[in-house]
Design a protein around this ligand. Structure first.
Ligand code: HEC
Length: 106
């Protein structure tokens, strides 16, 4: 049982980036890449309640030009991952941008 849980956990972490647009996919990014700091305020990270009040543009800016504390932890996220997690946090729809599709809030 225990080993299965470990193997499953590893499979989730090792899963490839999520290509589908949507806040559900963004929730997975949050769980695996953001929560360890933003659910606890670790290293003075602002809490998720605060992030939820930001605009999508502010989240994307923080992800595209991250604070040094965050840079390593979020390395490798695709533009789609960033847009998904922004909509997951703000619950505001992001319009299409360039060849990236709209991410609809639920
Ligand atoms: C290693 C810990 C850590 C991880 C992981 C992390 N962050 Fe952060 N984040 C921080 C810290 C610390 C700050 C504050 C930086 C500062 O103000 O200098 C911050 C700031 C931010 C801000 C800016 C808030 C503002 O005031 O404008 C946003 C947005 C944000 N994080 C979103 C995310 C998202 C989304 C993820 C996951 C994809 C993430 N962070 C992962 C530590 C982390």
């Amino acid at each position: 049982m225990k080993l299965a849980a470990v193997v499953l956990g590893f499979a989730v972490l090792a899963a490839p980036a999520f290509a589908e647009p949507g806040p559900t996919e963004g929730g997975v990014v949050y769980e695996t890449r953001c929560k360890m700091c933003h659910a606890t305020g670790m290293a003075n990270a602002p809490l998720i309640d605060y992030l939820a009040k930001l605009e999508n543009s502010a989240i994307l800016k923080a992800l595209n030009d991250p604070a040094p504390m965050m840079a390593g932890a979020i390395a490798g996220l695709t533009d789609q991952d960033k847009r998904n997690v922004a909509v997951f946090l703000t619950k505001k729809t992001l319009p299409a941008s360039g060849d990236l599709p709209e991410v609809k809030a639920e």
